[in-house]
Design a protein around this ligand. Structure first.
Ligand SMILES: NC(=O)c1ccc[n+]([C@@H]2O[C@H](COP(=O)([O-])OP(=O)(O)OC[C@H]3O[C@@H](n4cnc5c(N)ncnc54)[C@H](OP(=O)(O)O)[C@@H]3O)[C@@H](O)[C@H]2O)c1
Length: 293
């Protein structure tokens, strides 16, 4: 496994395991414990969750594993997020000072931990006050409840605004990126992160699995291209999808969302695949959404 220095105090495994779907997997504590141990044996030590996943249930299940194995906690890097809430089925965002401080403490309680390695603001909030959110995040860091702070799904303007009020301490942006999703390439975010040497965490690197399950043209086209290039390199098409993300100079960290360690292995295998530059562009244009001028 390769490890990336996120800050001088924190390194992440280049491949991260995500737990968004954990409550759908319907696992008991033993299965979850075995899965996390499988991640750790592979060197995948960075784990991603959020307070909204399963409305707290995801953090609670992870917390049961950490409570049972206290020595596990210091061998992993734990990421959680705040900002998305639900009132009687109605979704809204809250990134106020009080909410961030309260949410962090609640997440720690559910996770049976006394600190998070990284705490993120989950979504861009249209009703966002970067002074207030920044003050809360900086305080959490000073209090030792979180080691580092960052954001998720932010555009360059909101990133810069919050960075100013966190004394430039934002150390990542967790963003969606795949051969079928170009939002952050188009916004200039990838260029900004590359320029600042900030490594993004990448969610839905396989477009929520649709690259391998959907019959819609963009996904089918990408799938066929990944198969073709996979045949050339003698690896599975999934491996090529991850190799495409890893190729970019921003040094992104894909978050695997699968419940299967065999699929986590695809991402790990991608660390050893070196695409040709023209192959990267074959994948970039495969969905039909991107054309080179
Ligand atoms: N910050 C944010 O706003 C945000 C948003 C969404 C997600 N995330 C994070 O990113 C992580 C990854 O997101 P994701 O789960 O959408 O990632 P993903 O890897 O794109 O999708 C995972 C899904 O695809 C399926 N899959 C994977 N390979 C497949 C294949 N070859 N054939 C068929 N199905 C396949 C998996 O099913 P199996 O389990 O059966 O393999 C799983 O349901 C999440 O767990 C979460 O931690 C963050």
């Amino acid at each position: 496994m390769e490890y990336l220095e996120i800050t001088e105090n924190l390194s992440f495994s280049r491949i991260i395991q995500g737990f968004w779907r954990l409550t759908e997997w319907d696992w008991d504590i033993k299965s979850l414990e075995a899965f996390i141990q499988g991640c750790m044996e592979r060197g995948v030590t960075t784990l991603d969750t959020a307070e909204i996943y399963g409305f707290g249930e995801c953090e609670t299940q992870l917390g049961r594993v950490f409570a049972k194995n206290p020595s596990m906690r210091n061998k992993i890097q734990l990421v959680s997020k705040t900002g998305i809430f639900n009132k009687d089925g109605f979704k809204y965002y809250d990134t106020s000072y009080e909410r961030i401080k309260k949410s962090c403490k609640e997440s720690l309680q559910r996770l049976s931990c006394d600190y998070l390695d990284l705490y993120l603001i989950h979504r861009e909030d249209p009703c966002f006050d970067p002074r207030e959110a920044g003050r809360a995040m900086v305080e959490l860091k000073k209090e030792g409840l979180v080691r580092e702070i960052g954001v998720s799904n932010f555009d360059p303007f909101k990133f810069e605004a919050l960075n100013e009020f966190t004394e430039n301490q934002l150390c990542t942006n967790q963003i969606e990126w795949s051969p079928c999703c170009f939002e952050h390439i188009d916004s200039g975010m990838m260029d900004m992160l590359t320029q600042k040497s900030i490594h993004p965490m990448i969610w839905s690197p396989l477009s929520r699995g649709r690259i391998f399950t959907s019959q819609e043209a963009p996904f089918v086209n990408v799938r066929q291209k990944l198969e073709e290039i996979g045949n050339r390199h003698g690896v599975e098409p999934e491996v090529i999808a991850f190799a495409w993300i890893l190729y970019h100079p921003v040094k992104a960290m894909p978050i695997v969302g699968s419940s299967k360690l065999s699929r986590l292995d695809h991402a790990i295998k991608a660390l050893d695949v070196k695409l040709e530059r023209w192959e990267w562009y074959e994948i970039y244009t495969a969905s039909g959404e991107k054309r080179l001028r």
